[in-house]
Design a protein around this ligand. Structure first.
Ligand SMILES: *Cc1c(COP(=O)(O)O)cnc(C)c1O
Length: 712
C-alpha cells in the first residue's frame, strides 16, 4: 500500500516514506533524519538534505535494499511511530497546562518563515524566529497555524564573482519542495479573492506540514491574475513601496480570508512584526458586518491580538504615504467604509520627516499587547514610540518584552546531541529546565573537546566541498582562495555570519588591519575568520561592506586566514554555528534587537564574543563567553567604532587566543572547555523557544484566549 500520490514508486514496506518526506517535522526529529541520511548518504548530502528531491532521484535498488534491511526498518518504523505521536493532540504540555481554554488555534502571521533550506521563503533572523516559533508551538501541543507567503522565487541566491555579490532568483521546483495545495473543508483547492485597488486578485493557498502545526502560504501566481499581480508574491522583499503595500494587504486581509475559507477559527492572532498589521482591518470589518460598533470591534480585536516588534532601526518599520494606502485599500472597506478615517488614524505617525501610515503604529494601536524581543530592546522601543503611549493612556499598555529563543532540536549539532543523549537523556523533552543542564559539568573534558573538534571538522569539510563545487562551476582561482580553501582545520576559528548591513558592522574587525594581521598570522597561535551573509540588493552600504570583506579574504596580508563563504542560508548557518570556535557579534549598540545566531552558537559550545546588545545583555554571565565592553558610549560613530575595535582586539589578544592554545598534557584546552560547558549549560535552557513560547502562552495567549471565550 502506498499512501502518497507524489511518490507512486515506493516499495510497499516503505509506503509512508513520502508522507515522512512531505512533513518538515522530520527535519528536527533525529530518528526521522536518520531514515533519510542512512537511506542514501551521498544523495542526502548532494541534495542539501532534501528528502523530497531524494525520493525523486533515488535508485530503485537502494529502496529495495532498505526495504529488506531490518536495521533500517527499525529506524523507519520508530520514526513513523513518532510522527504519528507528533501529530496527535493528546497529552501534551498544552493539554495539561491549558485544558480549560477552548481548543481554537493561535494564528501566527509573518512575512517570512525559515523552516528548512528546501523551502526558501526567508531572508534572515525574523524568518528563523518565526520558523522556530512554529516548530516549538507544535512540540508543546499548541493549536497553532502559521500564515505567510509562498514566494515562488524566494529570496535571492547569492553568487560571488571576483569580489562582489551577484543575485540570482531561482524559481522553485514545486515537485521537489515540501508544499501541497491546501484544501477547504469540502475538499477543493483553497483559492481566495482579495480586493486590491479597483480589482480583485486571486490567491492560491499552499500548505506545509509541520507535525501538528499547519503553515499556510499565500501565492498570487495564478493564470486568472494579470501578469503584474502574478508577480506580487514572487519574491521576498522584492519590488518597490507599491509592491510592498500590496503584499501586506494580501498577507493581512488575504490571510484572514484564507483562514476563514479553510474553516479555521483562531481565538488569538499574533502579528510577528508590522508587515501583517492589516489583519486588524479585516477583523474589525468582520465584526462590523455582524452589526458591532466600530469602538467595540476595535476593543475586541485588541483583546485578542498580540504584536511583536523586532527592530530598533527606524527604516525597518514599514510606512507608506496615505494616498498609496488609500489607493490599494479602495476595495477593502465594505462596512468599514463609514469609519475609514478612524481606521486610517490608527496608522498615523510622524517619523520626523512627515506623517505617514505606519504599520508598526497601526499594530501598536490596534493590539492588546506589544512586546519587544529583549530587555534592552524593550527600553529602546518604548522611547521610539513614546508619543503613542502618551496619546491614549490606559488603552495602550506599555511595551513589554519576551526575549527571543531558538528551537534546540533544530540547532544542536548531531555530535553534541549524541553526547547529551548519553549524559542527560531527558534533554530532548525537558530542555528548558536549567537544573538538567548541570549534567554537562560532569562530562569529561576530553569528551567535550572531541565533540567540538568533530563539529569543527564538519564545517571545514563543508567549506572545502562547496569551493570544490564552485571551482568546477568556473569561479576564479583567487576566489577559490577567498572561499576558504587555505583554512587550517586546527586553528582557532572565529565566525561572523549574518545579514550584511551597516549597523551589524561586518568590517569592524578590520579597523586596524596590521594589528589584526598580527593576531591572525601568529606562528604558534594562528587565528582565522570565516564570514558569510547576504546584503539586501538595495542596501548599497551592506554590499560595499561585503565587497570589502571578500577583498580582504584574498589579501596576502591576512595569510589566507580569512574566508567568505557564499549563499548564506539555513544550511550554511547550521555548519557555522556548530563548527566555529568563537562567534563574533559586534553590532552598533543598541540596534541589535535580540540576535539569535549567538544563541545557536552558544548552545553548541561556540563561545560568544559580543557587544552587550540584544540578548547578550541578559545572557552573559561572566564565564560563558566574552563581553566586548569599550566602557564608553558616544553618538560619534567613528569614535565608537574605534573604542569597540580596541576592546575587541584586547579581548582576542589577552583572553581568547591564550585560552584556546593553553593545552594540558593530552592537548585539551581545559580553560576553554570549562567555558564551553558554561555556554551550553547557561544558554540552552533560557534562550530556547521552549522557554520563549511558554512565556508567550502564559503572558499573552492565555489571557487573550480567556478574553475570546468571555466575549463569545
Ligand atoms: C539565525 C540566523 C540569522 C540571524 O542571525 P543574527 O546574527 O541573529 O542576526 C540570519 N540568517 C540565518 C540563515 C540564520 O540561521
Amino acid at each position: 500500500m502506498n499512501m502518497h500520490p507524489l511518490f507512486p514508486e515506493l516499495p510497499a514496506r516503505l509506503g509512508r516514506l513520502g508522507e515522512l518526506a512531505m512533513d518538515l517535522w522530520w527535519s528536527w526529529n533525529h530518528q526521522a533524519r536518520a531514515v533519510f541520511r542512512t537511506l542514501d548518504y551521498t544523495l542526502w548530502r548532494a541534495t542539501a538534505h532534501n528528502p523530497v528531491l531524494m525520493l525523486h532521484q533515488i535508485d530503485r535498488t537502494r529502496l529495495d535494499r532498505a526495504a529488506a534491511d531490518p536495521a533500517f526498518l527499525a529506524v523507519y518504523d520508530q520514526a513513523l511511530a513518532q510522527l504519528d505521536r507528533a501529530r496527535s493532540a493528546e497529552s501534551t504540555w498544552w493539554t495539561e497546562r491549558c485544558g480549560h481554554v477552548p481548543h481554537r488555534p493561535v494564528a501566527y502571521f509573518s512575512a517570512e518563515f525559515a523552516i528548512h533550506q528546501s523551502l526558501p521563503i526567508y531572508a534572515g533572523g525574523l524568518g528563523v524566529l518565526a520558523g522556530d516559533h512554529c516548530k516549538e508551538a507544535g512540540d508543546l501541543g499548541l493549536p497553532f497555524v502559521g500564515i505567510g507567503f509562498m514566494y515562488p522565487q524566494g529570496y535571492f541566491r547569492q553568487r560571488v564573482t571576483a569580489d562582489r555579490q551577484e543575485e540570482d532568483y531561482v524559481s522553485l521546483s514545486w515537485e521537489n519542495a515540501p508544499v501541497e495545495p491546501a484544501s477547504t473543508p469540502d475538499g477543493r483547492d483553497c483559492v481566495i479573492a482579495v480586493p486590491l485597488g479597483n480589482r480583485t486578485v486571486l490567491v492560491q493557498v499552499w500548505r506545509v506540514r509541520l507535525g501538528r502545526t499547519k503553515l499556510y502560504l499565500l501565492d498570487t501566481n495564478l493564470e486568472e491574475n494579470a501578469p503584474w499581480d502574478r508577480e506580487l508574491s514572487a519574491r521576498l522583499y522584492g519590488g518597490d513601496r507599491e509592491t510592498r503595500v500590496q503584499q501586506e494587504i494580501i498577507l493581512g486581509i488575504g490571510g484572514v480570508r484564507a483562514l476563514r475559507a479553510l474553516g479555521t477559527d483562531p481565538a488569538v492572532w499574533h502579528l510577528n512584526e508590522g508587515h501583517a498589521a492589516f489583519v486588524v482591518l479585516q477583523r474589525i470589518r468582520e465584526h462590523l458586518d455582524q452589526g458591532w460598533q466600530f469602538s467595540d470591534a476595535l476593543a475586541e480585536v485588541r483583546r485578542t491580538t498580540v504584536f511583536t516588534t523586532h527592530t530598533p532601526v527606524p527604516a525597518g518599520h514599514d510606512a507608506f504615504p496615505f494616498h498609496m494606502v488609500e489607493t490599494h485599500l479602495a476595495g477593502c472597506w465594505g462596512s468599514l467604509g463609514e469609519f475609514r478615517e478612524d481606521f486610517l488614524a490608527l496608522g498615523r505617525h510622524d517619523n520626523g520627516s512627515g506623517t505617514l501610515f505606519n504599520m508598526t503604529a497601526l499594530a501598536i494601536r490596534s493590539t492588546g499587547s506589544t512586546n519587544a524581543v529583549s530587555a534592552v530592546h524593550r527600553d529602546v522601543t518604548e522611547r521610539m514610540w513614546k508619543p503613542l503611549w502618551e496619546e491614549t493612556p490606559g488603552v495602550l499598555k506599555p511595551v513589554t518584552s519576551v526575549t527571543n529563543g531558538i528551537h534546540l532540536p533544530t540547532w544542536v549539532g548531531a555530535e553534541l546531541a549524541r553526547l547529551l543523549d548519553h549524559h542527560a537523556p531527558e534533554w530532548r523533552d525537558r530542555h528548558d529546565e536549567p537544573g538538567l543542564w548541570d549534567a554537562i559539568l560532569a562530562v569529561p573534558d576530553a569528551e567535550i573537546w572531541e565533540m567540538r573538534q568533530a563539529l569543527r571538522t564538519a564545517l571545514f569539510s563543508f567549506i572545502r566541498e562547496r569551493m570544490r563545487l564552485r571551482w568546477t562551476e568556473g569561479v576564479s582561482a583567487p576566489r577559490v582562495v577567498s572561499g576558504g580553501t587555505l583554512l587550517d582545520p586546527h586553528a582557532l576559528t572565529l565566525g561572523f555570519a549574518r545579514r550584511f548591513t551597516g549597523y551589524k558592522r561586518p568590517e569592524l574587525i578590520f579597523h586596524d588591519p596590521e594589528r589584526l594581521a598580527a593576531i591572525l598570522n601568529a606562528t604558534r597561535t594562528p587565528v582565522q575568520i570565516v564570514f558569510a551573509g547576504k546584503a539586501h540588493p538595495a542596501d548599497e552600504s551592506g554590499k560595499h561592506a561585503l565587497q570589502g570583506v571578500i577583498r580582504r579574504a584574498s589579501d596576502p596580508l591576512f595569510g589566507g586566514r580569512i574566508a567568505f563563504v557564499d549563499d548564506y542560508d539555513l544550511h550554511v548557518a547550521h555548519y557555522f554555528v556548530q563548527g566555529c570556535d568563537v562567534w563574533l557579534n559586534n553590532p552598533r549598540k543598541p540596534l541589535e534587537a535580540s540576535g539569535t545566531s549567538g544563541m545557536k552558537a552558544s548552545v553548541n559550545g561556540v563561545l560568544h564574543l559580543s557587544i552587550g546588545d540584544g540578548w547578550w545583555a541578559e545572557g552573559f554571565t561572566g564565564s560563558n563567553g566574552w563581553l566586548v565592553d569599550p566602557g564608553t558610549h558616544t553618538d560619534d560613530h567613528d569614535a565608537q567604532d574605534a573604542a569597540d575595535a580596541e576592546a575587541l582586539y584586547r579581548l582576542l589578544e589577552e583572553q581568547v587566543v591564550p585560552a584556546f592554545y593553553d593545552r594540558d598534557e593530552h592537548d585539551v584546552p581545559t580553560r576553554w572547555v570549562r567555558m564551553v560547558k558554561e555556554a551550553i549549560r547557561t544558554v540552552s535552557p533560557t534562550f530556547s523557544t521552549r522557554r520563549m513560547v511558554k512565556e508567550y502562552v502564559e503572558r499573552m495567549y492565555v489571557p487573550a484566549f480567556e478574553q475570546a471565550a468571555a466575549s463569545r
